[in-house]
Ligand binder design. Structure first.
Ligand SMILES: *[C@@H]1O[C@H](CO)[C@@H](O)[C@H](O)[C@H]1NC(C)=O
Ligand SMILES: *[C@@H]1O[C@H](CO)[C@@H](O)[C@H](O)[C@H]1NC(C)=O
Ligand SMILES: *[C@@H]1O[C@H](CO)[C@@H](O)[C@H](O)[C@H]1NC(C)=O
Ligand SMILES: [Ca+2]
Length: 460
């Protein structure tokens, strides 16, 4: 399936709209990679920075649930009506299409009534936690361009973490914490995106804005991309030039909005009261009717077309670049090091094309801009990716990144990313039941350590 037809229609629209206003209000500028211009030497190509149009990315993802058998209906079970704990004869049955709630229903066309939704099994095993991971994978780096919006059919969970991966699911970082009580759930002070600023925009926050207590009737959870853009582009995103300029010069900011995978970690369903009603555990479950993810293929400003072929997204690279993200120069075009295109100068940017290799031309060409070392994660084969990158904070628990190939861990930790306690590996952490007996290994403390490692404001 080709995105290109849609893209060219949009390109036309952008052309029209850009005639009318000096700076288009939408992402979707940089829509051509080259044009022919006339000079004294005749017709020549003029190259510029270019990127694919932003689109609905849920069409191109794979979804995976953990535990795999967490979807309701196998075996059939009954659950209580949303909002009515005493009407508990609703049925979920995976083998009957009208009563089944498979994961695909989070991504189908919504807008009809009643909505279609995925639903988990109920909390039969209380007090064992009811936890579900929903992992969305693109096998391609994508840049988010609009809010991630998750619409629940059940109440919004009491505790949830949105996580992201930049390395095809090998390592994960928290994106945002959601809780009815942030302090209690995650040892974090509640914050809202509105509390952030240009300087703290990359801070990972815990928000109570989307929980059961707040606006009880709302079923929606956001990850606020646009509010974060607005710190640079102004409240109506009018000054996109400023945002583009920042994205161009600040790799951390660019990477913040870039993902290969997202994970929704549902940790505790909506309870709505202080105590869980143990006589009606069929009241408690998760149900999600819709997930929206808008973004574009990351092509390093070297392509406007991203092709979906064989269930895989790939940039159609221009500027003599190649690779799934146009992350390197084509063979015989390695006359200078590869670099991404640049949004600057506004509005056409700089193509930073790859040029023929030195052997095939006379003298090596001069170029005056040395580009920063672009994340090794962009290499086409994830197996070759470097282990860590200090900017992305891949090493955990205070480990530091050594030459991008390994994490140097503090004495108490081990593992490729210092993710494991040394005592855990040796089996000397204390009793198996965990809680209490071995405080150093209690999950809460581990979580806290993880939070301290990643939740501090990142100033750039
Ligand atoms: C969900 O993923 C996290 C890592 O992101 C993992 O630690 C946890 O065990 C997973 N939970 C389930 C229920 O699979
Ligand atoms: C890339 O290489 C082709 C020849 O293979 C050449 O015609 C074209 O102009 C080059 N493009 C750029 C952007 O350098
Ligand atoms: C990029 O990083 C690699 C190792 O991480 C290093 O060997 C290389 O010199 C760096 N290149 C530049 C241009 O800084
Ligand atoms: Ca749906």
């Amino acid at each position: 399936m080709y995105l290109s037809r849609f893209l060219s229609i949009h390109a036309l629209w952008v052309t029209v709209s850009s005639v009318m206003q000096p700076y288009p209000l939408v992402w979707g500028h940089y829509d051509v990679c080259k044009t022919q211009i006339y000079t004294e030497e005749g017709k020549v190509w003029d190259y510029m920075a270019c990127q694919p149009e932003s689109t609905d990315m849920t069409k191109y993802l794979k979804v995976k649930l953990d535990p795999p058998d967490i979807t309701c209906g196998d075996p059939p079970e009954t659950f209580c009506a949303m909002g009515n704990p005493y009407m508990c004869n609703n049925e979920c049955d995976a083998s009957t299409p009208e009563l089944a709630h498979p994961p695909e229903l989070m991504f189908d066309f919504e807008g009809r009534h009643p909505s279609t939704f995925w639903q988990s099994a109920t909390w039969k095993e209380y007090p064992k936690p009811l936890q579900v991971n929903i992992t969305l994978s693109w096998s391609k780096t994508i840049e988010l361009t609009d809010n991630i919006v998750i619409t629940f059919e059940s109440g919004r969970p009491d505790q949830m973490i949105l996580e992201k991966s930049l390395d095809y699911g090998r390592t994960w970082q928290p994106y945002q914490y959601y809780a009815t009580d942030c302090l209690d759930a995650f040892h974090m002070d509640p914050k809202s995106v509105k509390d952030l600023s240009q300087h703290t925009v990359l801070e990972i926050i815990c928000t109570e804005e989307y929980s059961t207590g707040y606006m009880t009737n709302s079923k929606i959870i956001h990850f606020e991309i646009k509010d974060r853009f607005a710190f640079f582009a102004g409240p109506w995103l009018r000054n996109m030039a400023s945002l583009y300029g920042q994205l161009d010069t600040t790799k951390k900011l660019r990477d913040f909005f870039t993902v290969t995978d997202l994970r929704i970690r549902l940790l505790r369903p909506a309870v709505g009261e202080i105590f869980v009603d143990e006589l009606h555990l069929a009241r408690y479950f998760y149900a999600i009717s819709d997930i929206k993810v808008h973004g574009r293929c990351k092509c390093n400003l070297h392509a406007t077309v991203c092709v979906y072929d064989n269930s895989k997204l790939t940039c159609e690279c221009e500027h003599n670049t190649t690779g799934p993200d146009c992350g390197k120069c084509k063979k015989n075009y390695q006359g200078r090091p590869w670099s991404p295109g640049s949004y600057l100068p506004i509005p056409k940017g700089t193509a930073n094309t790859c040029i023929p290799s030195i052997s095939s031309i006379g003298t090596p060409p001069k170029f005056n801009r040395i580009w920063p070392n672009i994340s090794s994660l962009e290499v086409s084969n994830p197996k070759q990716a470097n282990v860590c990158d200090n900017e992305l904070l891949h090493c955990q628990n205070g480990g530091t990144c050594h030459n991008n190939v390994r994490c140097l861990c503090p004495a108490a930790y081990t593992g490729i990313l210092c993710e494991k306690l040394r005592c855990e590996e040796a089996g000397s952490c204390g009793s198996d039941s965990g809680q209490g007996a071995a405080p150093r290994c209690s999950p809460a403390l581990l979580l806290l350590t993880a939070l301290l490692g990643t939740a501090s404001p990142l100033v750039f």
